[in-house]
Design a protein around this ligand. Structure first.
Ligand SMILES: [Zn+2]
Length: 256
C-alpha cells in the first residue's frame, strides 16, 4: 500500500502513486526491489499490509513495526480510484449497450489520470513512463477497437502537443513543462479530433478559474508554478466521458 520502490510485477502498481516516487538518479533504470516497503523503516510489507484501503484502516494509518504515520495521500488516491470505479461501473451498466473496449478504456484511463493528477499536484512532475504506456494503450484502443480514424487521432495529438509545445517554447518552460507536452500525446490519442478541443477548453477554463483567485489573493504569485497536469487530467477524463455533451452545451450557450 505504501511503497517507495517501483513494483513491476503487480497490476495494482498503477493505482499506487508511491510506486513512482523519484529514485536517486543512480538507481533509475537499474533493477529495483520488487516488494513494497514502509516509507520510514523500509521493512518489506506483508500481503495483508498491502490491500488498498483495507490495510490503511486496519493498521489505523501507522506502520506495524516502526509505528510511524503512513502518508494519507495513498489512502486518498485509493479512495478516489475506488469511488471512481464504482461510478464507472454504474455509468456503463446504465448505458444502452456495454462496449467492452469502452469499459476497459474508461477504467484504465481513470486510474492512469488519477495517478498523474495526484503526482503532479504533489511533486509538480508528470511521470513519463505512465505517459508513454498511456499513449500506446490509447492509440491501440482508439484505432483498433473504437474506430477512430488516423486523421482524427493524428490531428488530436498534433493539436494538443503542438499547442503545449508552442507555449513551452514561447515561455521557455515557464508556463508549461515538458511533461505537459508529452501528456498532449496521450490526450490526443485518447480523445482524437474534435474531442481534444473540449479537453483543452475545459483545462484552460478550469485552470483560469482556479488559479486566478490564487493569484489575486496572493496565495501564488504569477511566476509560481501551478501544476497544469492536474487540470489536464481532469479535463481529459471529463472529455472522455462527456465530450459530446460538453460540446453540445457550449454550442447551445454561444447560440451557434
Ligand atoms: Zn515502518
Amino acid at each position: 500500500m505504501w511503497r517507495t520502490y517501483k513494483q513491476i510485477d503487480k497490476g495494482s502498481d498503477l493505482l499506487s502513486p508511491t510506486a513512482h516516487t523519484p529514485l536517486p538518479r543512480s538507481q533509475r533504470g537499474i533493477q529495483l526491489p520488487s516488494r513494497s516497503v514502509c516509507v520510514h523503516c523500509h521493512r518489506q510489507l506483508e500481503w495483508f499490509e498491502n490491500i488498498p484501503l483495507v490495510s490503511f484502516l486496519i493498521l489505523r494509518g501507522k506502520c506495524r513495526t516502526c509505528k510511524k504515520i503512513i502518508p494519507m495521500d495513498y489512502f486518498v488516491v485509493e479512495l478516489v480510484v475506488g469511488l471512481g470505479f464504482l461510478f464507472l461501473g454504474w455509468y456503463h451498466f446504465n448505458s444502452n449497450q456495454i462496449v467492452p473496449a469502452l469499459l476497459f478504456r474508461d477504467f484504465f484511463f481513470f486510474s492512469l489520470f488519477t495517478v498523474i493528477f495526484a503526482y503532479d499536484l504533489k511533486y509538480y512532475l508528470i511521470i513519463s513512463n505512465l505517459v508513454w504506456v498511456g499513449s500506446i494503450v490509447a492509440f491501440v484502443v482508439s484505432y483498433f477497437f473504437l474506430g477512430f480514424s488516423t486523421y482524427s487521432l493524428l490531428l488530436g495529438i498534433l493539436i494538443a502537443s503542438g499547442f503545449f509545445l508552442l507555449q513551452y517554447l514561447v515561455s521557455r518552460g515557464k508556463w508549461i513543462g515538458g511533461g505537459d507536452v508529452r501528456l498532449g500525446v496521450v490526450m490526443g490519442a485518447l480523445l482524437g479530433f474534435p474531442n481534444i478541443l473540449v479537453a483543452l477548453f475545459l483545462a484552460y477554463v478550469g485552470g483560469g478559474l482556479i488559479s486566478l483567485p490564487l493569484v489575486i489573493f496572493k496565495k501564488k504569485g504569477m511566476q509560481s508554478q501551478i501544476p497544469f497536469g492536474t487540470f489536464l487530467s481532469v479535463a481529459t477524463l471529463v472529455a472522455m466521458l462527456w465530450g459530446r455533451q460538453v460540446a453540445d452545451w457550449y454550442v447551445g450557450l454561444i447560440g451557434l
